[in-house]
Design a protein around this ligand. Sequence first.
Ligand code: MRU
Length: 346
Amino acid sequence: MAAGTQPTVVDWTADGRGVRVLDQRALPHETIWLDCRTTPEAVEAIRTLAVRGAPAIGVAGAIALAAAAVRLAEALGTPAAFAAAVGADAAALRAARPTAVNLPWAIDRMLAVGAGAGADPRAAAAAMRAEATALRDEDRAMCAAIGRHGLALVRDGARVLTHCNAGALATAGIGTALAPVYAAVAAGRRVAVLANETRPLWQGARLTAWELAQAGIPVTVCADALAATLMRRGTVDLVLVGADRICANGDVVNKVGTYGGALAARAHGVPCYVAAPWSTVDAATPHGDAVEIEQRARDEVARPGGLAIVPDGVPVENPAFDVTPAAYVTAIITDRGVHRPPYSFT
Ligand code: MRU
């Protein structure tokens, strides 16, 4: 999966009546494509992380809602019944995961286009269908732009520490945090990636390692707890992570563990960059403490791979994301450029 050759991990089904995703629950062992032709199937795919990563769930939500509109326009005669059913599906998709702003952003965009197309359900569905395809293509273009803007930050020989997976598997393009890595490699630079394993769902170990290995880019998986030591040893040149939401003040919400990495980076003088498309910037939310952090199931921590490692009855904390205060972020790379504090995202 070298830059430019990544598979599209979220797209329309071949018949145009649903959303097709690469089922990331099965990686790295199996490559399985999952076709969701009902809204509950799409909600389940998002909720269970078959498709994941903020940009990818935005694209998945958009295609799922547009596909629902196409199906509903055929089945439901009256504009009122169509609008009510599309609204219900939009609410279900929006609620699938609460933290990444890309999902409600994409759903709102689809609803606005549908409403703007007039009362005829078939016209609304056609407009939503075109909009979902455009949103997918824009995401791909934004990833490429992030790569171009971030290229200067990844010099020849760079050792990049990343957390979770913010690569091609998390977007419709070449990724966000990994986009500058792909761009640097395409420019002939040697880059080595240190991938935090990313407990409890192992997106670093399972997904980032798989994706980079496919691309032939050197990658080493590290226990999350090792990150600070690697920085103290001087074996990390930069930290490069993605985001699920970037607030107006520059606070970054991303996979739990990002904050600890940013703290360690600051302590050891390592720059910490966040890369995200403009669709992840939420200028309406003032700071990170105003963001709903998704709380996930106990068993993700207590029973990894089905093996019980926490005594019965002992509670577990499992927030999927954390907040990195803006003060610990060196700069934010978007498709519009490299932003440094003080931020102005309006
Ligand atoms: O729970 P996940 O796997 O969806 O979390 C993903 C992340 O935290 C990513 O870093 C973020 O969505 C950016 S993906 C380009």
